[in-house]
Design a binder for this molecule. Structure first.
Ligand code: HEM
Length: 553
């Protein structure tokens, strides 16, 4: 924009200040101070009024929680909500800037509209600023706007495409890795990363003919085990090996800080949990920034820091870095974006794996049924203890419908997905007898956990029913697991881009673990711990101490 135009705009908008400015030319110091204040105000105004991105209101998720709570309550909750909400029908938002869609007929069709009308980008940008540690600026909004739609195709090619997702999981060498879920190493220096995190204690070392027995914290063991499989597939092996602290920081940030920041708790509050979470985030971001530097060096053909091996980086990481370089993102900005992607890849998947194992091992007879179902595709050696010689990942996904139904049921019990979109153009919502006009510049949210817990959709919603999602296919007559009204991956164009990979990963790791290991509580009978809601998949109020031994055939 030409500077005279800017000055004209400035004079129009800030006339009085401008007059003052002109009259202070004789006092240069005061003039400089006024100019500085004025430029800050102008800068803030430009950021606010640039419609590149709006920030999702800080109370938005609390409004989703409140509307969901009131609508599921008895009569008074619904009546109270009817008095305070803005629209009628299925739109339950209280404020004019945000509508919560509950029981909207055809919600998938509505949310499937093109990103020119409904877009997830402003909410993702809000997460960058509010949760992942980026600093809001007009320049960052502009860069994020030009990069974001190009950042997903590389992810889709690696994690969404069926054949590519299978090939990616094959590279993780699950048979060998699952055999070392517990290594029984007597020397701490030889314990795996996930064993350290799971506080594995060997109770009986393995002897010839007798499997060993160890105790571990199941959530910590499983989530680090999963992350140690998944992260190298994206960022190569060197990343986690170079930074042994990274996973602890990642989970600390996820558990202690993420939920607080997303609901708007200021990160500067002087509480120990927040301070430690912030420190963990800052260390994790530094590790990712150093990685981005190495990726950049590698791509430009420059010497790579520490001579790190970058040969097994995924194409997704390489292609995304090219887009960041094209659009002039600093290394710190790339780190925030990749850290948020890494969070999406890991924060939910391995916690789902934990809950799946808890249900399979704790529900009488289910372990036997799953072992029987997966046996033809998890090939075991005849040794004692047995080893997995190969896994047929493709056929496992197609033929193991009970396991798939158990995964869906785990999602239903433990996952709280919400799709949040920005209304970029005027839109009309068809809501049965109602029609609502949505203004551009507002947000809509669709919380899907309400359906998951609705007894009229899923009978006895508090109970884990392994076969719940199995339906008889009219053509083949076989049982097939179908999602029905479950939406673990959100909906519409911004639906999860890693869902094919995540489902196959949980299936193949779950099938491999149950085939090789016996797991039971370290003391007493199984007790499924209560769940703490968070951002996505819920955590247990406390970890479960379990005894693990190799399965004897
Ligand atoms: C059990 C595991 C997972 C669950 C439950 C899950 C769930 C979700 C949900 C609910 C969304 C928001 C969708 C919406 O707004 O409608 C989402 C978005 C996303 N997820 Fe996942 N996810 C999982 C695993 C993964 C993995 C493994 C990856 C990557 C490898 C991934 C990458 C993404 C990306 C890139 C988005 C943003 C998509 C967009 O805005 O276009 N997710 N996920």
């Amino acid at each position: 924009m030409h500077c005279l135009t800017v000055l004209n705009l400035v004079e129009r908008d800030y006339g009085i200040i401008f007059v003052c400015l002109r009259s202070t030319y004789t006092q240069p110091m005061i003039t400089k101070i006024i100019i500085a204040i004025f430029l800050v105000i102008l800068g803030q105004r430009l950021v606010r009024t640039s419609h590149i991105y709006q920030i999702f209101p800080v109370w938005g998720l609390l409004e989703v929680a409140l509307a969901s709570y009131l609508v599921t309550g008895d009569g008074w909750g619904r009546r109270a909500l009817s008095c305070i909400r803005r629209y009628s029908g299925s739109l339950r938002g209280i404020t004019s800037t945000h509508q919560v869609l509950i029981d909207l007929p055809g919600v998938d069709r509505f949310m499937a509209q093109s990103h020119h009308s409904l877009t997830a980008e402003p909410f993702q940008y809000t997460l960058f600023i509010r949760v992942f540690g980026a600093t809001d600026s007009l320049s960052l909004r502009t860069k994020f706007k030009s990069s974001s739609k190009d950042l997903y195709p590389p992810v889709e090619r690696l994690f969404l495409n069926d054949a590519a997702a299978t090939a990616t999981i094959e590279r993780a060498c699950i048979p060998q890795q699952v055999a070392s879920l517990v290594s029984f190493a007597s020397d701490r220096a030889h314990l795996k990363r996930w064993e350290l995190s799971g506080d594995v204690q060997v109770i009986e070392p393995p002897q010839p003919g007798t499997p060993g027995r160890a105790e571990a914290n199941l959530l910590h063991l499983t989530r680090d085990f999963g992350a140690c499989m998944a992260i190298p597939l994206l960022f190569g092996k060197d990343f986690l090996e170079r930074d042994p602290q990274f996973l602890d920081d990642f989970w600390k940030f996820d558990n202690d800080l993420f939920t607080l920041l997303i609901i708007g708790v200021p990160s500067w509050l002087p509480f120990k949990k927040i301070r430690e979470g912030r420190e963990a985030r800052s260390r994790a971001l530094s590790a990712v920034q150093a990685l981005m530097q190495r990726i950049d060096q590698y791509q430009r053909g420059d010497p790579v820091d520490f001579g790190a091996d970058m040969s097994d980086l995924s194409n997704a990481a390489l292609e995304r870095n090219k887009i960041y370089a094209r659009d002039g993102h600093t290394l710190a900005e790339r780190a925030v974006s990749e850290f948020s992607f890494l969070w999406g890849q890991n924060a939910n998947t391995h916690v789902v794996l934990f809950w799946l194992l808890v249900y399979i091992y704790s529900i009488p007879d289910l372990l036997g049924r799953i072992r029987e179902e997966v046996a033809p595709y998890i090939h075991l050696s005849q040794t004692n203890p047995p080893e997995i010689t190969s896994i047929d990942i493709t056929v496992l996904s197609v033929n193991c419908q009970l396991l798939k139904s158990c995964i869906f049921e785990t999602f239903r019990m433990a996952n709280d997905p919400t799709s949040i979109r920005y209304v970029a153009r005027p839109m009309t919502v068809n809501d049965g007898p109602f029609k609502h006009d949505l203004k551009p510049g507002t947000f809509v949210s669709a919380p899907f956990s309400l359906v998951s817990q609705d007894p009229s959709v899923f009978a006895n919603p508090g109970e884990f029913v392994p076969d719940r999602f199995l339906e008889v296919d009219p053509d083949s007559g076989k049982h097939m697991a179908r999602y029905g009204r479950l939406r673990p991956w959100g909906t519409g164009t911004a639906m999860c881009k890693g869902r094919t990979f995540a489902e196959k990963e949980i299936m193949s790791m779950g099938a491999a673990i149950v085939s090789l290991w016996d797991i039971e509580p370290a003391t007493g009978p199984w007790r499924v711990p209560p769940m703490v809601p968070g951002a996505g998949v819920k955590s247990p109020v406390e970890d479960i101490r379990v005894a693990i031994s190799r399965r004897a055939l």
